[in-house]
Ligand binder design. Structure first.
Ligand code: SF4
Ligand code: SF4
Length: 214
C-alpha cells in the first residue's frame, strides 16, 4: 500500500496520521518485527457525524472504542500490521510516551498532551505497528515555546493547571457551575490557540464530557 493509498483509506474513515516514529530492530515493547509506528486520530472536519452513522452507535457501551477496534483493526490486517489501542487494558501501551516520540506532541504546561495541529483536543484512536520502515511526518516546533499559555489559567475551578489535575475539584465544578464545560468541552483544552484551529465539533467534546462526568 503506497502512502497515498494509506491516506485514502484513512480519509474514508475520517482518520489521519498524528505522527509516527521508527522502531529499532528487536526493540522491546512492540509486536515482533515492528519497524514503524503510526499514531491515528480523527480527521476534521466531519469526524463526529461520520462516527454517529457507524453501526457501533447502537446504544451499547463504548461505541468510539468499538469503532476504533473495527476500523483500525481491519486496516492493520490489510497492511500485514498490528493494531494497538490506548484502551482495553490493563496493561496499557505507553501511548503518552509514544506521542512524545513522534516530535509532533508535547506535554503542555498543565501536563495534558498538546499536538502540533490538534492542540489540546488531540485524541489518539489507535496505532499501526508496521513491519516496514516507512516515512513518518517530520517533527515540528513546539507551539508552547511562543505562546502566552492561556491553558494555565483557563479553568474556572482552578482544577487543572501547572500543579496538575485535581479531579474532585473538576467534578465538583461540573456538578454546580459546569454547563459551559459540559456542553462545549473543557475550557482549558479550548483555550489553547492550536485547539482553536482544529475543527472538532462541540458535540464530540460534550459526549466525552458526559462519559467523564457520569
Ligand atoms: S472540565 Fe471545566 S472544571 Fe474541569 S478542568 Fe476543564 S475547565 Fe476545569
Ligand atoms: S495554550 Fe499555549 S502553552 Fe498551553 S498547550 Fe496550547 S500552545 Fe501550549
Amino acid at each position: 500500500m503506497t502512502p497515498a493509498d494509506l491516506d485514502a483509506r484513512l480519509s474514508a474513515e475520517f482518520l489521519e496520521i498524528l505522527g509516527g516514529f521508527a522502531v529499532a530492530e528487536g526493540e522491546e515493547g512492540f509486536p515482533p518485527g515492528t519497524r514503524t509506528v503510526l499514531l491515528l486520530g480523527p480527521r476534521e472536519p466531519g469526524f463526529w457525524p461520520h462516527l454517529l452513522a457507524q453501526p457501533e452507535w447502537d446504544g451499547a457501551p463504548d461505541p468510539v472504542d468499538r469503532w476504533s477496534r473495527r476500523v483500525v483493526g481491519r486496516l492493520a490486517c490489510d497492511l500485514g500490521a498490528k493494531a494497538l489501542f490506548p484502551f482495553g487494558g490493563p496493561p496499557y501501551h505507553p501511548f503518552y510516551a509514544w506521542a512524545l516520540r513522534t516530535g509532533r506532541c508535547w506535554p503542555s504546561p498543565v501536563r495534558l498532551l498538546v499536538h502540533a495541529s490538534q492542540g489540546m483536543l488531540v485524541s489518539i484512536r489507535g496505532a499501526l505497528a508496521l513491519r516496514d520502515e516507512v516515512a513518518v511526518p517530520p517533527p515540528v516546533a513546539q507551539p508552547c515555546e511562543t505562546c502566552a499559555a492561556p491553558c494555565r489559567t483557563a479553568c474556572p475551578a482552578g482544577a487543572l493547571g501547572a500543579a496538575g489535575y485535581d479531579l474532585p475539584a473538576c467534578h465538583g465544578w461540573l456538578d454546580t457551575d459546569g454547563a459551559d464545560c459540559l456542553t462545549g468541552g473543557c475550557l482549558v483544552r479550548r483555550a489553547c490557540p492550536v485547539s482553536a484551529t482544529y475543527a472538532r465539533m462541540p458535540e464530540q467534546s460534550a459526549y466525552h464530557m458526559r462519559q467523564f462526568h457520569r
